[in-house]
Design a protein around this ligand. Structure first.
Ligand code: SR1
Ligand code: MG
Length: 404
């Protein structure tokens, strides 16, 4: 079928056809379907299609442009294929923590996904200071499995090269290259910050050491195809409840540096940590919640590293990589990258185009500004000190000293 952007009626008709042809098994033959569009993300259309028995699926369709900006920002529809193929890849490696893909249509740039509506989006839950004791271990398991099994530790060189080419994702990588690594460090119309931050923003633009760190992180993002990343591991890409964690939306997936995903995830935990300084007024409650977030970050990083070391000792297929000294050296570089990407995420979510509701939703303008100043300083210090972290404990000490 020729591409056309769907409305709710198209979504219902499309799913009806899938039911009729027995291509999905979620709905019975007598299902009466209804649909509504509820996408509030930056790029796509998202429909929930449900029947009278409470069965439902999500139909996600890429638009040929970025939804948040409009047709002046064209984007390739191939991102829908990439997202579907990343979901298939990650779903095989870590089905417990990857949203299930039920159907995909390349021409229409759409995917049909399991409906996770009974779970919450992590960002909203963390804005309300909800705690998820299994989040750290689930994210660590997901990132170590998808990371390791798509890396040179495990794939043959031939297979890896074929996969790198399967997941070339120029349009969405360009968004990250620009928004993450370029715009915050120059004057650009896409940047978005209050006038009161102008002095701080100018100090960032004049900080040669920081700009060098940003350039090195960008160079690595551009030319270090270590593994098949999720590519957009922010708190809006994670569904949770007390027992479950599911990653969604890997349309930014490509072969890039291992440290990028875990760095982005940690950056989002820290954005929430700082935002809570203006959100939770009672000191003891705030401290308790922030300690939980910090423990989540530390546990996640520690478990990620430990899983990787275990996988490397039991599953490495390349003899050159099957020794502990190599794994430790590799992981030291991953740590330094992750700390740098974490810092860059804090900065770009504060002064770049795409912000986070954790901070933007703070009603009191003065309190919001204080949080923004804190995320900028934290981001700067993490980026500047990332390459001095020799191991995770040095990173945790650095972080604790910066948060106190
Ligand atoms: C124009 S897209 C802006 C941001 O939304 C996505 O989720 C990515 O994080 C991107 O940087
Ligand atoms: Mg997304």
């Amino acid at each position: 079928a020729k591409y056309t952007a769907f409305n709710a009626e198209h979504a219902v008709d499309y799913i009806k056809e899938l039911v009729k042809s027995e291509l999905i098994s979620v709905f019975p033959a007598d299902a009466t379907l209804t649909a509504y569009e509820f996408g509030d993300g930056n790029l796509n259309l998202v429909f929930r299609v449900a029947d009278q028995y409470n069965n439902s699926v999500i139909l996600k369709q890429a638009l040929p442009y970025a939804r948040c900006v409009g047709e002046s920002w064209p984007l390739s529809l191939d991102r829908a294929r990439i997202e579907a193929e990343v979901l298939i890849n990650h779903g095989k490696l870590c089905p417990e923590h990857t949203v299930a893909i039920l159907h995909h249509n390349v021409e229409l740039a759409l995917t049909v996904l399991e409906d996770l509506g009974e779970l919450q989006i992590l960002r909203g839950a963390q804005i309300n200071a909800e705690q998820f004791p299994l989040l750290a271990s689930h994210v660590a398991l997901y990132l170590s499995r998808i990371g390791f099994y798509n890396s040179d530790f495990y794939l043959s060189a031939e297979d890896k090269k074929a996969k790198v080419s399967q997941f070339i994702n120029p349009d969405l990588c360009k968004i990250t290259e620009d928004l993450f690594f370029t715009d915050p460090y120059i004057e650009h119309e896409r940047n978005n910050f209050p006038t009161e931050l102008t002095e701080h923003v100018e100090s960032i633009r004049n900080n040669d050491a920081l700009k060098l760190a940003a350039a090195k992180l960008k160079a690595k993002f551009l030319s270090c195809p270590q593994t098949l990343l999720h590519g957009d591991m922010h708190s809006g890409s994670i569904f949770v409840d007390s027992k479950t964690t599911k990653m969604i939306d890997p349309e930014f997936g490509f072969f890039g540096p291992v440290g990028f995903d875990i760095g982005s995830f940690m950056g989002n935990l820290l954005l929430n940590y700082c935002a809570q300084n203006a959100r939770i007024t009672e000191q003891a409650k705030r401290r308790q919640y922030q300690t939980h977030l910090l423990t989540c970050l530390q546990d996640c990083y520690s478990q990620f590293e430990q899983h990787w070391l275990n996988l490397a000792s039991s599953e490495a297929t390349d003899i050159s990589f099957a020794n502990r000294a190599f794994s430790e050296d590799y992981l030291q570089h991953v740590l330094r990258d992750a700390v740098g990407y974490c810092g860059a995420e804090l900065i770009r979510r504060t002064i770049g185009l795409a912000h986070v509701a954790d901070i933007d939703g703070i009603e009191d303008a003065q309190a919001r500004l204080a949080v923004q100043q804190q995320t900028l300083v934290l981001g700067e210090q993490l980026m500047l000190n990332a390459t001095s972290c020799n191991n995770k404990d040095e990173f945790f000490s650095l972080l604790i000293s910066l948060l106190n």
